[in-house]
Structure formats: C-alpha cells, structure tokens
Design a protein around this ligand. Structure first.
Ligand code: NAP
Length: 280
C-alpha cells in the first residue's frame, strides 16, 4: 500500500505556477470574498491567501459583515468583474442564509470564475471543452495521475453527486475514458457497487463511511471527505486503518485532496489571466 502525498504533489504544482509567473513576468490577482464569521471558511480563505503568496500572485481579500445585503455583494462582484487587476474571483461558500448562492455565482464573470461553478463553465465541463476545471475533482485527477495509474477503461465509482464534487468528478473520469458509476443516498447495495471499483472516490461527508468490505483488493482510494471525528479531529470518509492495507494507493486526510484543491485554484487563476490576456 502507498499513501499519496497530497502536500508534495500540491507543492510541486504551485512551484510550477510560481516559475511560469516569474518566467513570463505576469501580474496575477485573485479576489477572495468572505461574508460573515464562519470559522472553517476563515481557515480556507487564509490558506488560499497563503497559496497566492507562494505562487507569486496578489490576493485581494473582501471580508464582509454577516448582514451584507445581496445588492451590496452583487455590486462588489460587478466592480471586481471590471477590475483588470483581478483575474479570478472566488466567493467562499457557504454564504449566510439570506444570500442566494446561485445568484451570486452567476454574477461572477465566467472568465473570472476560478471555482468553475458558473453554469457556463459547468456546461463546458460537460462538453469536455473547458478552460477551468472544478478545483477538487481536478485535484483528485492530479493525485490519480501521480500514482501512474491509467484511468482509461478502469471501473471508477464516485460516492456523492454534489454539483461541486461528485458530478464534475464523474465527468473528469469519463473524459479520461473510465467506466463511471455515481452513487448517492438512494443507491442500493452500495458496498457491492463500490467493490467493483478499480478507483473509488468518496465525497460523502461522513466519518468512517467507507469500510474495508467496500473496497476491492488493489484499488486506488481517494478520500475527498472532510469531517470531524468524535475527538473533533479532521478526518475523511474512509476508515483509513482498515481500508489502507487493501489498497494499492490511498489518500490520507489531512494531507491528501485538501491541499490539491487549493493548488488547482491557483492553476485556474493563472489560466484566467491567460484567457483575459488573449481577449484583450
Ligand atoms: P454534499 O453536497 O453534502 O454531498 C454529499 C453526497 O453524499 C450527496 O450526493 C449524498 O447523496 C451522498 N450521500 C450521503 N449519504 C450517503 C449514503 N448513506 N450513501 C451514499 N451516498 C450518500 O457534500 P459535498 O459538498 O459534495 O462534499 C462532500 C465531502 O467532501 C464533505 O466532507 C466536504 O467537506 C468534502 N469536501 C472536501 C473538499 C476538499 O478540498 N478536500 C472540497 C469540497 C468538499 P444524495 O445526493 O442522495 O443526498
């Protein structure tokens, strides 16, 4: 069994980005909007700002109070859409309940939508003609590639069908010619379906969800889950100690998919800069 080192793969992606920015003497800027006082969101935003520094990008933080109105938020997005120093715009989710997330996402220019959540970018992912890849699934693909596993023709099972992880994950695997099954809360015989997987990706959001009886010998197991266990420690969906011995490769939590998501965000921001330069 091999543990995939997401931190190392992420560091190498960020280093490549840093060198490309230096080589081409680019000014790249990412605007990060955070509304309210969600502690987890604060940690994510800080990590994204740190990654910008590492890559040699500028980050612009907009920390707005909880009571920000939709109109105020949409006006800020409009200003950022028109600001040439800002190449990427990210609005940290979840937003406070009185703000309509869909409306906010759709307000971001598709050319600056570095999370790839806008319907235009989601549509492009379906077609397979995309500029921005959704960060978490793209990070998972990089991790799978880092193992030397060829996805073509493999049985892949994705547990979870959210718009930000499960569905785009299935698309990216399909684009690389995998045979993909997507599971969710209504799936029957889940363990049996998962045991078919050469590559199993879990994005459920429940600690200890994936157990050894759900995993085929020699499978590659990617754990997207970010949960808190009974001791309040960060953990994934996979019962790591019992599943790991069965796998050829497995990602740990923390230190697996999480760092890759941010590296892919950096990659998308650089891509956004290039797209905007070619549209000038
Ligand atoms: P989500 O929107 O809550 O989706 C969870 C999915 O799991 C749903 O499709 C749900 O099915 C499915 N599910 C729930 N219970 C199930 C069951 N008993 N059997 C089979 N499927 C079941 O969550 P998400 O946003 O996709 O995130 C999933 C996890 O990934 C979370 O832990 C999140 O924190 C983590 N995450 C990590 C990163 C990262 O960078 N590492 C990024 C994003 C998310 P239904 O659709 O039928 O309800």
């Amino acid at each position: 069994m091999n543990i995939i080192d997401g931190k190392a793969v992420s560091a190498s992606v960020k280093e490549q980005i840093r060198q490309e920015i230096l080589r081409d003497n680019l000014q790249v800027g990412l605007a990060v909007i955070i509304v309210g006082n969600n502690q987890a969101s604060r940690v994510y935003v800080n990590n994204k700002k740190k990654a910008c520094e590492v890559c040699g990008m500028q980050s612009f933080e907009y920390a707005l109070p909880e009571e920000t109105t939709e109109k105020e938020l949409l006006e800020l997005i409009d200003t950022l859409n028109n600001d040439p120093k800002v190449n990427g715009i990210l609005c940290q989710l979840p937003l406070p309940k009185h703000l309509d997330e869909e409306k906010v996402i759709e307000a971001i220019s598709p050319l600056k939508d570095v999370d790839a959540f806008h319907a235009v970018n989601v549509g492009k992912i379906m077609i397979g003609n995309y500029a921005f890849l959704p960060c978490t699934p793209a990070g998972v693909m990089e991790l799978i590639h880092s193992t030397g596993t060829d996805v073509c023709g493999k049985e892949c099972v994705v547990i979870g069908r959210s718009n930000i992880v499960g569905k785009p994950m299935a698309m990216l695997l399909l684009h690389e010619n995998a045979t993909v099954t997507v599971c969710h809360s209504r799936t029957k015989n889940l363990a049996e379906v998962c045991r078919r997987a050469d590559i199993l990706v879990s994005a459920v959001g429940r600690a200890d969800f994936v157990t050894a009886d759900m995993v085929k010998d020699g499978a590659v197991v990617i754990d997207v889950g970010m949960n808190r266990n009974a001791e309040n420690k960060l953990c994934g969906d996979v019962k790591f100690d019992e599943v790991a011995p069965k796998c050829s490769y497995i990602t740990p939590v923390p230190g697996g998919v999480g760092p890759m998501t941010i590296a892919m965000l950096m990659k998308n921001t650089l891509m956004a800069k290039r797209l905007q330069m070619s549209n000038e």
